[in-house]
Design a protein around this ligand. Structure first.
Ligand code: GBH
Length: 479
């Protein structure tokens, strides 16, 4: 039933968007079907030792074949939006030139199914699965990749633009560049900081060129998703009002410039932060940043997509460097937070989300905010048909409370998307870490609604949270 709950609810604004997200390589499988070309993740998964247990995305959640059933589950959850990503190498097997119509057909079927179910499709164009053929020409270290991205954006929009109103360009450029080209724990597995900084810039340029194309094609809303982490001292994790020492404040500011402002400032102000330019120059030179790039990157967007998982905790330290040493963080210790953690070991700090949203409102006024990812992995217990994931419900509830607080304090937050709709291929962690609202049995592909999914459905139906902390729902309540 959806009867109004007794007592009050913490209501979210009218029209607040509730959803869940996935990414192509993490859920689709069918990597060789209907003309799809290989991506850097297909290659990387075959590098011995790269992925936990030698897993690959070859089958993943088999969403490529089961999308219609999955949309029915989204409908059952009353999601208002579903954020998926398009596999570039399904659409253009070589990343440039020849278009594969069968690849576009898949996304058209998916979008039509979503629209029929009343779930708005939010299409992300790049969630880390670069066509291998482009990597062979230099990948994101090569400026040309950004132009190829713009061509690809146009191809997808030409086919889906009459039905998809909200577009996202690239997901988490920091992760793609740093983990893919700097540290090498993600595809393509390269380990050069000069490459990482060049890749960052070219991912931002791809975003900017993508915005131009999508606007030209009549997109209703254009966004980018950035992974953001409030940078805190250890003491501030539990008491945000603590004043750091000048040395610690400097460490915080330097790391914030590297992980957050390196992306926020170009996109929302059309400039690199002063603190980052000398670091980029020292490591990679500045030759790859050309006149006019920042104007392209800074083209107005409608919404900023915020992916939040955990804060970054640092203090000025005697020299235990980040491992591996991230350029620009000399003399800074990454301490981690003294807080409970999820199954990926990430500290759970809900206040980080409210701080982040309010900081964005203060420092980058005028752009709407959308949480495009928030969620957590836990070791879920399956009991028959039920999955009792009270930890996940508590995680989501505490973060929604933080989001609500930020809205009350003036943040222009328009919606919230859970990562993820379903358990899926968690990159270097393989299938060992489960982030889903839906439990997936990777042997049978059976989906089960976790308790957190049933709880989330009640949140969506009430457009808010009960003012008392929510108990785990009973079967009767959610039937
Ligand atoms: C997202 O990235 C991705 O967009 C998504 O595809 C992925 O499945 C999901 O998250 C879950 O991983 O060691 O405490 O410093 C998240 C990226 C998460 C990167 C937190 C840095 C730092 C954790 N980030 N992380 S900590």
């Amino acid at each position: 039933t959806s009867a109004a709950p007794r007592g009050q609810t913490l209501a979210f604004p009218d029209g607040f968007v509730w959803g869940a997200a996935t990414a192509a390589y993490q859920v689709e499988g069918a990597v060789k079907e209907d003309g799809r070309g290989p991506s850097i993740w297909d290659t990387f998964c075959r590098t011995p030792g790269a992925i936990a247990d030698g897993h690959t995305g070859d089958t993943a959640c088999d969403h490529y074949h089961r999308y219609a059933d999955d949309v029915r589950l989204m409908d059952r959850l009353d999601l208002s939006v579903y954020r998926f990503s398009v596999s570039w190498s399904r659409v253009q097997p070589d990343g440039h030139g020849r278009v594969n119509p069968a690849g576009l057909d898949f996304y058209e079927r998916l979008v039509d199914e979503l629209l029929e179910a009343g779930v708005a499709p939010y299409a992300a164009l790049y969630h880390w699965d670069l066509p291998q053929a482009l990597e062979d020409r230099g990948g994101w270290t090569d400026r040309d990749t950004a132009y190829r991205f713009a061509d690809y954006a146009k191809i997808v929009q030409d086919r889906l633009g009459d039905r998809v109103r909200t577009w996202m360009t690239v997901n988490e450029p920091w992760v793609s560049a740093t983990l893919g080209y700097g540290i090498g724990v993600h595809a393509p597995g390269r380990t050069s900081w000069a490459d990482a900084f060049r890749a960052s810039h070219h991912l931002l340029l791809a975003h900017g060129l993508g915005v131009q194309v999508l606007r030209g094609g009549g997109a209703h809303e254009v966004t980018i998703s950035v992974n953001l982490a409030p940078v805190l001292t250890p003491g501030q994790v539990n008491d945000p009002s603590l004043e750091p020492s000048p040395e610690d404040a400097d460490a915080v500011d330097r790391v914030d410039a590297l992980i957050n402002r390196q992306f926020l400032d170009p996109v929302l102000r059309g400039e690199y932060p002063e603190r980052v330019l000398p670091i980029i120059e020292r490591v990679a030179g500045l030759g790859h940043i050309r006149d006019g790039d920042l104007a392209d990157i800074g083209r107005p967007i409608d919404l900023l997509g915020v992916n939040y998982y955990t804060p970054c905790v640092v203090r000025s330290g005697p020299g235990e460097p980040a491992n591996p040493a991230y350029p620009g963080t000399e003399g800074i210790e990454f301490t981690g937070a003294y807080a409970p953690t999820t199954a990926t070991g990430w500290p759970i700090v809900p206040t980080g989300l409210s701080q982040l949203l309010l900081r964005l409102t203060r420092d980058y006024p005028g752009v709407g905010l959308l949480v495009t990812e928030n969620g957590a992995a836990f070791d879920d217990a399956v009991t028959g048909e039920r999955v009792h994931d009270a930890d996940r419900t508590a995680f989501l509830e505490s973060h929604l409370r933080a989001a609500h607080e930020a809205i009350e304090a003036g943040a222009d937050l328009r919606g919230y998307l859970v990562w993820s709709l379903m358990d899926n291929f968690e990159w270097a962690e393989g299938y060992s870490k489960r982030f889903g609202l839906l439990h997936v049995d990777f042997d049978t592909q059976r989906r089960l609604l976790k308790d957190s999914a049933l709880w989330y459905r009640e949140v969506i139906r009430h457009n808010g949270l009960r003012s008392e902390r929510t108990r785990r729902p009973t079967l009767e309540e959610v039937a």
